[in-house]
Write a protein that binds this ligand. Structure first.
Ligand SMILES: Cc1ncc(COP(=O)(O)O)c(C=O)c1O
Length: 361
């Protein structure tokens, strides 16, 4: 008998779990589980949001030209090589749909962002997980895992949830050694937090096989608005544009994103505040005896003695109203990923972790 069945691969998808935002029985919680900017978006973006209410009866632009021009002017990138999406999640999905399918392979690394595997499976392709070295992408292992079926390689640089990154020299080397039919995707969701780093934009200009993707959900403080974008070779962007829904970004999303991009002073302030607090937080966590890699992002990843201690600490933090992220699904069960909050929040968080560890002795 004929049965209605999803395409192969679909039922292998494990549902993406977003960072929790509620705790049973607690009215007030401190959410440090989704790498959001604790200071929110630029006030200019919020103002644009209120004003966009006047145009809600109009369809949004299909070309996204104002937003692409804003990105182009501020970051010095040709606007016809930019595509905008409903978060960078949509760009990841478009990439898999456009460039991979049945029998193709999509590479991502051991502790790579969950949407790479999900989107590869949704496109009917085979996801291939490549080991990292010391929680950091390893280009030699990636090159060794490539074959004639490899269509896409995803690297978040810096990576979520490890916070580590590789150099632009290594990325350039990777782009030279991968097979001719393979597109390298550099996911710069946290690129703005890194000093002297353009997310790979200059490499995209000189390499035919790299696309960079970015988001407004992190330092821009616009996770709720759902805007991301990509910058790549013209032929790649033109192919993606054919698959993208014509009205994927709403009128408010486009207006808000444009204003947020123009307000780079705000982004600089957020970066400075985050990076100072993050480095201080890492030092303090190490002082409490927890191993913690240097982070290039807006989150930290303390390591506990084992999975059980990490989970007990998480439960203790929850009892005090703090929501952080367990990362067992990223093959990191003895770690907790903690978004950097404002200084006062981090002080309170440290006190709770210290109390927890004292109770363990
Ligand atoms: C590495 C990485 N890429 C992409 C995304 C997706 O971001 P968004 O779809 O909100 O733009 C995230 C979000 O957590 C991320 O950490």
């Amino acid at each position: 008998m004929v049965k209605i069945e999803p395409q192969p691969g679909i039922m292998e998808i494990e549902l993406y779990e977003g960072g929790a935002s509620h705790l049973e029985g607690l009215e007030k919680v401190i959410k440090l589980s989704s790498n959001e900017n604790p200071f929110g978006p630029s006030p200019k973006a919020v103002q644009a949001y209120s004003q966009s209410g006047k145009a809600l009866h109009r369809y949004p632009s299909t070309s996204h030209s104002d937003l692409r021009n804003a990105i182009s002017k501020v970051l010095g990138l040709p606007s016809d090589q930019i595509i905008c999406g409903v978060g960078s999640d949509e760009i990841i999905s478009l990439l898999c749909q456009t460039f991979s399918g049945y029998g193709d392979e999509v590479i991502y690394t051991e502790h790579g962002f969950a949407m790479y595997k999900i989107s590869a499976l949704a496109a009917g392709a085979n996801p291939v997980e490549v080991k990292e070295t010391n929680r950091t992408a390893d280009i030699r292992k990636i090159i060794d895992s490539c074959n004639e079926n490899t269509k896409l390689i995803f690297i978040a640089n810096p990576n979520n949830p490890t916070g580590t990154m590789i150099s632009l020299e290594e990325i350039h080397q990777l782009s030279k050694e991968i097979p001719k039919q393979t597109l390298l995707v550099l996911d710069g969701a946290y690129a703005e937090y890194v000093d002297h780093y353009d997310g790979g934009a200059e490499l995209v200009k000189i390499c035919k096989n790299i696309i960079m993707i970015r988001t407004l959900s992190k330092i821009y403080g616009l996770g709720g608005m759902r805007v991301g974008w990509g910058f790549g070779p013209k032929e790649i962007i033109e192919a993606l544009q054919r698959v993208r829904g014509p009205f994927n970004l709403s009128v408010p999303a486009l207006r808000v994103a444009e204003e947020a991009i123009y307000d780079q002073n705000y982004i600089e302030e957020c970066k400075e505040e985050n990076n100072n607090t993050r480095d201080w937080l890492i030092e303090r966590l190490r002082g409490l005896g927890l191993r913690c890699d240097a982070s290039f992002t807006n989150f930290v990843l303390p390591q506990f003695e084992n999975q059980s201690q990490a989970e007990l600490c998480d439960t203790y933090l929850q009892s005090k109203g703090f929501i952080v992220r367990r990362v067992g699904s990223y093959n990191l069960p003895q770690f907790l990923r903690i978004t950097v909050g404002d200084r006062k929040t981090c002080e309170q968080l440290l006190n709770v972790i210290e109390e927890f560890l004292a109770g363990q002795k």
